[in-house]
Design a binder for this molecule. Structure first.
Ligand SMILES: [Zn+2]
Length: 241
């Protein structure tokens, strides 16, 4: 069963509708490109921040360890000074006080060395975390770079396609009577950009309201401009694909 659109204006309107819908879809896609680009930038920034934080932790850990090491060094100097002085003290009281200082230095050194060991183990963790974050960042950078190139290529293609579609639409519009274009645009504005609708199974496929049998039979012939009595769209009978 081959349905032909015998009315040239109707046929042009159907084509115009197809072109307008394709244009709308393409424009929507083009509009989404900069949004996706921005989202990609933000995603990359998150990964950069994560790596930066890991790096900072690692550096702070190293700095803290170096600080502890220099404190240990200072206590060792004190310790050796106290041990030297131990030989020259005069009284037992002084001797006991010096011994207490020495014991204190040894405790400090031992506590700080324990802390240094803990720091070194933590530093291993931070180093691993930092390396993992760096690897993730590098993978993400490549992924995002590839997606950016895809988007740029799409944009170039889409803009040239847009250009061609616009040309086809303009030449199609020139074939149509201005009143018909005005009608088409009025309906399209009121009906979310869809002014022409197929009729199948006795009903308008846009608003799904059943058509009177006589009206449907008229639509099936595709010979004149007939509008849906419910949604006002211009109806046509589609060719089976
Ligand atoms: Zn309808």
């Amino acid at each position: 069963m081959e349905a032909k659109i015998g009315n040239l204006e109707l046929q042009s309107l159907v084509q115009l509708q197809d072109l307008d819908l394709a244009l709308k879809e393409l424009r929507d896609k083009i509009r989404r490109v900069p949004l996706e680009m921005t989202a990609l930038e933000q995603e990359l920034a998150d990964f950069r921040r994560a790596h930066q934080t890991a790096l900072q932790k690692q550096e702070e850990g190293d700095k803290e360890r170096r600080r502890l090491e220099s404190e240990v060094e200072a206590f060792r100097l004190k310790l050796s000074k106290y041990r030297d002085q131990l030989m020259s003290v005069k009284t037992n009281k002084e001797y006991q006080a010096m011994l207490a200082e020495i014991a204190n230095c040894e405790r400090e050194i031992s506590a700080k060395e324990d802390e240094i060991l803990e720091r070194m183990m933590l530093a291993d963790d931070w180093f691993r975390q930092q390396r993992a974050a760096a690897a993730e960042l590098s993978t993400k950078e490549k992924e995002i770079q590839a997606r950016r190139h895809e988007l740029e290529a799409f944009q170039t293609r889409a803009e040239s396609e847009l250009n061609q579609l616009e040309k086809r639409r303009d030449s199609l519009r020139q074939k149509l009577a201005p009143e018909l274009i005005a009608l088409y645009e009025r309906i399209a504005t009121a009906r979310h950009g869809v002014a022409v609708a197929p009729a199948l199974d006795q009903s308008c496929q846009a608003c799904h309201v059943r058509l009177r049998p006589q009206l449907f039979n008229e639509v099936r012939r595709n010979l004149q401009i007939i509008r849906c009595e419910s949604c006002s769209r211009i109806l046509y009978y589609p060719s089976p694909q």
